[in-house]
Design a protein around this ligand. Structure first.
Ligand SMILES: *Cc1c(COP(=O)(O)O)cnc(C)c1O
Length: 447
């Protein structure tokens, strides 16, 4: 095929000046491997009908660029001007300085992760978290694994394998990216028993479904959607009473990780409330409203938490040392709710007064010639989809999205929202006031 004739050899590409930086970074062998993969990809693209480059040199440039793109990219800092506070694609929660320090302190050395220094005996990594989770939620016992979806799988596997779990049809959630409750249930080896209708489920529906094979009643908070209108769900307290009558534990997956009711987040379920309502096991994320590292927290009855912790999957899902250090530091900040609102970044952004957000937008608009517009920020991460947080953005004309692309691909990367030919830079999600100057400088350099 004619187009393939222009393709350079591996050697030719490696000797090209543009490849020098790649060789510098990866060594001769590493660069050669990437160039080979890039050539394969380019050959496949040409056979697939891609336009051939004008000559061999242009073809070589394409191969070098492809090789670069094929290399593993380091994580890059992103300034979040999207208005979505817990942005899963941006790593969810920025950590509090205290959590970062806890990671730094324990990262570079050894630590008493699974050793009781007082006795010299083997200890449990959960001893660094359990008492704190129990105290903050009011539960008898607590533990953590590496994410909340894992906490759910583990809980189901440990408490319901081969048996039935009752779930309301109104709570048949997809957690994200195709992970649906029925699939998770199947993987955990539990049998799903759906009750009620999508919009209404009553206590009687649950009661009628309880049988000798019932292992659990599961409540899953529909955190990424709302059923509105003619709706009814059974309160946790009523479910817990029903469960107790029949000796069936109630597991409450509240998702977002609020520890206690928060005036900024009305209607969001909280772990302390759920434990108080009688849920036997409560599950939640470490990196949504808790504002910590990725983790799945489990709070509940001591016997059940013990059984969950002894399941073989607990080992596969165990929380790593660095996340454990960050989670403990974050939980300590939550010991004082008022302190958490200022010290935990996602909570600070949620509760930041609109006047402060607007001041940032005005400063940014003044520095860039933009216009201050009202905006609606979101909590994100699946939490509270129906709540808009009043916010302010700097709007800049960007008909073709070129400015947004330049900001997104530069350093530091800046992510905003394109709406109706305008680039909106939402100022509620800027982590610090100082980010305003950084964003302004980059905007001005891009135009
Ligand atoms: C987000 C969420 C999960 C999954 O949590 P991850 O931290 O993403 O693993 C599970 N259940 C509910 C209700 C959630 O909102």
């Amino acid at each position: 095929m004619e187009a393939l004739r222009q393709l350079p050899s591996v050697e030719h590409v490696l000797h090209d000046a543009a490849c020098a930086a790649l060789i510098d970074e990866l060594g001769q062998a590493g660069a050669a491997d990437l160039v080979r993969r890039a050539l394969d990809a380019r050959r496949a693209a040409l056979l697939d009908g891609a336009d051939a480059a004008a000559d061999r040199e242009a073809e070589t440039a394409i191969v070098v660029a492809t090789a670069r793109a094929l290399d593993a990219q380091p994580l890059r800092t992103v300034i979040n001007a999207t208005g979505v506070i817990v942005h899963t694609n941006l790593g969810r929660s920025p950590l509090a300085p205290e959590a970062v320090e806890a990671i730094t302190t324990s990262a570079g050395g050894y630590a008493d992760l699974e050793l009781d220094l007082a006795t010299g005996q083997r200890g449990s990594r959960q001893s660094h978290l359990g008492p704190l989770i129990a105290r903050l939620t009011g539960a008898e016992s607590g533990m953590a694994v590496n994410n909340a979806a894992g906490a759910l799988v583990l809980t189901l596997a440990a408490l319901a394998r081969g048996r039935e779990v009752i779930v309301s049809r109104g709570q048949m959630i997809e957690i994200g990216d195709g992970f649906r409750l029925p699939t998770i249930m199947e993987q955990a080896g539990a049998r799903l028993v759906e009750v009620g209708a999508t919009n209404r489920t009553r206590l009687d529906d649950y009661a009628a479904a309880i049988g000798p094979d019932t292992a659990l009643i599961l409540r899953a908070h529909p955190s990424n959607f709302r059923v509105v209108g003619f709706t009814e769900e059974v309160a946790t307290a009523d479910l817990a009473r029903l469960g107790r009558e029949h000796g069936v534990p109630v597991v409450d997956d509240i998702g977002s990780g609020l520890l206690s009711p928060d005036p900024d987040l009305p209607g969001e379920p909280d772990a302390r409330g759920s434990v108080g309502d009688g849920a036997d096991v409560v599950l939640f994320s470490g990196d949504k409203l808790l504002g910590g590292p990725q983790a799945g927290l489990i709070a509940g009855r001591a016997d059940l938490v013990h059984t969950i912790g002894r399941h073989p999957l607990a080992r596969a899902l165990r929380i790593d040392r660095l996340s454990l250090a960050a989670l403990q530091a974050t939980l300590r900040l939550h010991g004082d709710p008022a302190r958490a609102r200022t010290a935990v970044p996602v909570r600070r952004l949620i509760s930041m007064p609109l006047a402060d957000v607007r001041r940032r937008a005005e400063e940014l608009a003044a520095a860039t010639g933009g216009e201050v517009v009202e905006s609606a920020a979101r909590i994100g991460g699946g939490a509270l989809p129906t709540i808009d947080l009043p916010s302010a953005a700097c709007a800049l004309p960007d008909q073709d999205g070129a400015l947004h692309e330049a900001l997104r691909t530069g350093t530091p990367a800046i992510l905003g929202r394109l709406e109706d030919g305008q680039l909106l830079l939402d100022c509620r999600t800027l982590l610090a006031d100082a980010d305003v100057a950084t964003v302004a400088a980059r905007v001005n350099a891009c135009r």
